[in-house]
Design a protein around this ligand. Structure first.
Ligand SMILES: [Zn+2]
Ligand SMILES: [Zn+2]
Length: 185
């Protein structure tokens, strides 16, 4: 496999017991190895030779994404938990890797690379906590965030139309308003 413009996800981690977590490394346009995130005893860290041999191995935990392919980058953003995608993209920005960071927003389902994706947890959906996080574009993220408490809500159908407050802040606000009126009269 050509070791250029290549992002690799592998099972690293493995502290106590056999718990693993996703680790990432990449080869840039010149074929230079970069460790993005390594952890535990299965992490590859700065060992470029090991990374090269891992890419050429038949390990079945590996996932490859071509960074110069829009399709591959979008695929990466869909396959991995949103928080991991956000961390990898953030690392790329901080390290001046000049790739278009494509992702699909889970809310408006638009493909985008214009804004940085924001990961969010679907913890407010009927009390069910999802293990995975999703990605949203900046526009959706701000329109789904309560202007008062700053909480992100997946469902905005109960947002105050004028206030931009979530259901709960809207209720508090209205109660305070009516209490205020009660004092005046
Ligand atoms: Zn969106
Ligand atoms: Zn609120």
């Amino acid at each position: 496999m050509i070791k250029k413009n290549l992002l690799v996800a592998y099972e690293g981690g493995g502290y106590s017991g056999c718990i693993w977590e996703w680790n990432f490394f990449m080869f840039d346009a010149k074929g230079v190895y970069h460790d993005i995130f390594s952890s535990g005893c299965a992490g590859i860290y700065d060992d470029a030779e090991l990374a090269i041999s891992v890419v050429d191995s038949n390990r079945d935990d590996l996932m490859f994404f071509r960074l110069d392919s829009k399709e591959d980058v979008i695929n990466f953003s869909k396959k991995m938990a949103g928080s991991l995608v956000e961390s990898v993209f953030r690392w790329m920005l901080e390290n001046q890797m000049e790739y278009k960071l494509w992702f699909e927003c889970s809310i408006c389902e638009q493909e985008s690379s214009a804004d940085f994706p924001v990961s969010y947890c679907l913890s407010h959906m009927g009390g069910i906590v999802y293990a995975n996080t999703e990605l949203s574009c900046e526009d959706c993220h701000s329109s789904h965030t309560c202007l008062y408490c700053g909480e992100f809500w997946e469902d905005t159908s109960n947002f105050g139309a004028d206030s931009g407050y979530c259901e709960f802040c809207e209720k508090d606000h209205n109660e305070q308003k009516s209490e205020g009126l009660a004092c005046v009269s």
